[in-house]
Design a protein around this ligand. Sequence first.
Ligand code: ADP
Length: 272
Amino acid sequence: VYANPIILNNDPTRKLGMVYLFQDVTKVKKLERVREDFVANVSHELKTPLTSIKGFIETLKGGAIEDKNVSYKFLDIIDVEVDRLNCLVDDLLLLSEIENKNSNTVYEYFNVEEIIDNLFQVLNKIAKEKNIILEKEIEENIPQLYGSYNHFRQMLMNLIDNGIKYTPNGGKVKVSVFEKDEKLVIKVKDTGIGIDKKHQNRLFERFYRADKARSRQVGGTGLGLAIVKHIVLMFNGKIDLQSEPNRGSIFTIEIPLDEKGLDKLVDIEDKN
Ligand code: ADP
């Protein structure tokens, strides 16, 4: 609440009354808080690998460089930390691009199955290392989607990649796609560690992790699901999570197809 006295003829002793201005600042304060938390989180996430890199360089300069084996070990660690920084900066740039609705975004028609096939090829190596099966179940004749191919691919990449990361050896990650009630439904299901109910609501926040130590170990930036949520919104879609600890998780995305009927139109044209 702001209160300003109304003063007559510039004479502070002659007050006419008070003007009260009521403003709801809770929303502003909340946004400010979110921004401050974000800056603090980014700084922390940048600082951790930088401190480690600096430490190893100093140890090398202090004499460790004389031992070739030790030097290579330290250089490997520095390499991993630089990769981590790179991923973090890439994710931050992507997030800001999506949030600012960057005008360079290319809009086009694309086929979801093609994206899934491409991602399975890219992710097959890390899945194989953990003996994880990648499986797909795609309904026939699903319509094409219209929007940013690159963003949609990134969204599915993050979900499938998480599925692999948070599933123990020998598990399965399955992607299914089907049409229901004028929507394209995409499910990414894994047989992994699952997520406790108490974390489920906050997982899509930037840098929120259910298990910090484990996430760091598997090499995530903590921004993957925040990026997913934003891309789903770009497509006017919805995302939902069902998960049970030690049983696995299902991320369900629904993308409306009725936007101007364009998706259907192209699908029909393709068949002619
Ligand atoms: P990260 O880079 O840490 O993986 P994300 O934003 O992609 O960040 O995910 C946020 C957190 O959600 C993860 O740290 C992890 O705790 C949890 N999580 C995401 N996907 C899964 C999954 N498929 N199974 C279990 N936990 C998951």
